[in-house]
Design a protein around this ligand. Structure first.
Ligand SMILES: NC(=O)c1ccc[n+]([C@@H]2O[C@H](COP(=O)([O-])OP(=O)(O)OC[C@H]3O[C@@H](n4cnc5c(N)ncnc54)[C@H](O)[C@@H]3O)[C@@H](O)[C@H]2O)c1
Length: 345
């Protein structure tokens, strides 16, 4: 294996995720080629990158010399041919299967046969994307979290045909970037969103059924050691994004009841009450939130009601060979800030 400074990677799409991923690789001393559709988008990507490294310098997290060296390792272009000799391409173009299909066909033609092609998709089937190429053994999901330079977790997603050599190389590369990779199969939501959204949705269903109020559920989960309650977390993520994630898992995965978006979640989102970003979701965000008071027994009962199925989902992942217990706990700790991981929480 060549040392990082001699390895070349490509990143396609320099939006929110792509620009961050370019920075991650350049910080890891890779030579990086970033490709965009047109000059205006290329310039936006360059600006995003510059702002991010300027911020790191002003916070003392990166020296001026290191920032200059980092930018030296990066080439941003609109010329896809610049990807012809890279070892790995990570794509971060919009979340649409037609765009991803076109791109992977194109990458398959441009890149050397040895090149690994990775997608940063959050919800599309990696298997379907791989099928558009003549190298499905070398296609993998590499799901970074936002913001990519900060978040340590990467979900490495293998399809039924991804070779173990490809998975091992991508894992090793993620470790070399100072990230923590976890490996899983190709089901919608991968590990983090699949586990998290079943739990979040159940919390809303409990409110809808009158079993507890949102503030009571949040207080119960905080007393169980979670950094934030599920109802508040939905407001922070955004109710529109949450409905979209649930709908994707529900439709792609055999309409499992657990992922059928709860009534009030869907109606609040439809009314434009999207959570913190619009000032109102399950909570009013302008005014201070008054925590609910509830006795220990009731808090423990609420936490148990939510945690038992949450853990069962995780155990099902393990039993089906989808992911290991260790990777699941790592994913939930790093991806959601869980205190100890879901299986040991
Ligand atoms: N935003 C997140 O929090 C997040 C987190 C994890 C994964 N993702 C996934 O990452 C991917 C990108 O998301 P984003 O939020 O960065 O999107 P974005 O809209 O911010 O950026 C997409 C970029 O791709 C460019 N683009 C479009 N078509 C292209 C093409 N054919 N070739 C090259 N560039 C092209 C656009 O000009 C744009 O700059 C999606 O698959 C998304 O699901 C997003």
């Amino acid at each position: 294996m060549r040392e990082n400074s001699k390895r070349r990677v490509g990143v396609v799409g320099l939006g929110t995720m792509g620009a961050g991923i370019v920075e991650v690789f350049a910080r890891g001393e890779f030579q990086v080629v970033g490709v965009e559709v047109d000059e205006a988008a290329r310039e936006r990507g360059a600006e995003h990158l510059r702002k991010s490294t300027d911020k790191a310098v002003s916070r003392g997290k990166l020296s001026t010399e290191d920032a200059a060296a980092l930018h030296e390792r990066i080439t941003l272009t609109t010329d896809f041919a610049a990807l012809s000799e890279v070892d790995l391409v990570v794509e971060a173009v919009p979340e649409r299967i037609d765009i991803k299909h076109d791109l992977f066909r194109r990458l398959d033609e441009i890149c050397e046969p040895r090149t690994i092609l990775a997608t940063n998709t959050s919800s599309l089937p990696v298997t379907q994307i791989a099928e558009t190429t003549g190298r499905p053994l070398q296609v993998v999901g590499m799901h970074f979290f936002n913001p990519a330079p900060v978040m340590k977790l990467i979900e490495v997603v293998h399809t039924p045909v991804t070779s173990s050599q490809t998975v091992d190389l991508v894992r090793e590369l993620a470790l070399g970037l100072g990230k923590t990779p976890v490996v899983c199969g190709d089901k919608p939501g991968f590990i983090v969103n699949r586990l998290l959204f079943g739990y979040l949705n159940q919390a809303v269903a409990m409110v809808d059924d009158g079993e507890a109020t949102g503030p009571e559920i949040d207080a119960a989960m905080r007393s169980a050691g979670f950094p934030m309650g599920p109802i508040m977390l939905l407001d922070v993520i955004g109710l529109d994004t949450s409905v979209q994630i649930l709908d994707t898992i529900y439709t792609r995965d055999g309409q499992l009841e657990r992922y059928a978006a709860a009534k009030s979640l869907r109606s609040l989102a439809a009314e434009g009450h999207l959570g913190r970003k619009t000032g109102r979701g399950f909570y009013e965000h302008g005014s201070p939130v008054v925590p609910a008071e509830l006795d220990e027994d009731r808090a423990a009962r609420i936490a148990a009601t939510l945690l038992a199925p949450h853990r069962a989902d995780a155990r099902q992942m393990i039993d089906s060979g989808y992911a290991t217990a260790e990777d699941i706990d790592t994913a939930m700790t790093l991806g959601c800030g869980y205190p100890k991981g879901i299986l040991t929480a």
